[in-house]
Design a protein around this ligand. Structure first.
Ligand SMILES: [Zn+2]
Ligand SMILES: [Zn+2]
Length: 76
């Protein structure tokens, strides 16, 4: 059987999402960088830590990080 890599459907829209911009709602707060993405609300834009706790509390949220130019995803 040939090995095939399955790309999850949300990955494509995740990669076209603009991350690391400042949240329009929480721009004054300390953790207002938009580095989170919700798998349950597919197609939504990236959002910040505060948006997550108010709008995506019980959702599957991925956190996007850049660490020494390595792009990583953390499933929260
Ligand atoms: Zn926000
Ligand atoms: Zn959500």
């Amino acid at each position: 059987m040939a090995y095939s890599m399955l790309v999850p459907p949300w990955l494509e829209s995740l990669l076209s999402t603009d991350f690391f911009s400042v949240c329009r709602i929480h721009g004054d707060a300390a953790r207002s960088e938009c580095n989170m993405y919700c798998l349950d609300c597919n197609g939504t834009a990236a959002f910040c830590f505060y948006c997550r706790s108010s709008r995506h509390k019980d959702h599957s949220v991925i956190q996007v990080g850049l660490y020494f130019l390595i792009f990583f995803l953390t499933l929260l």
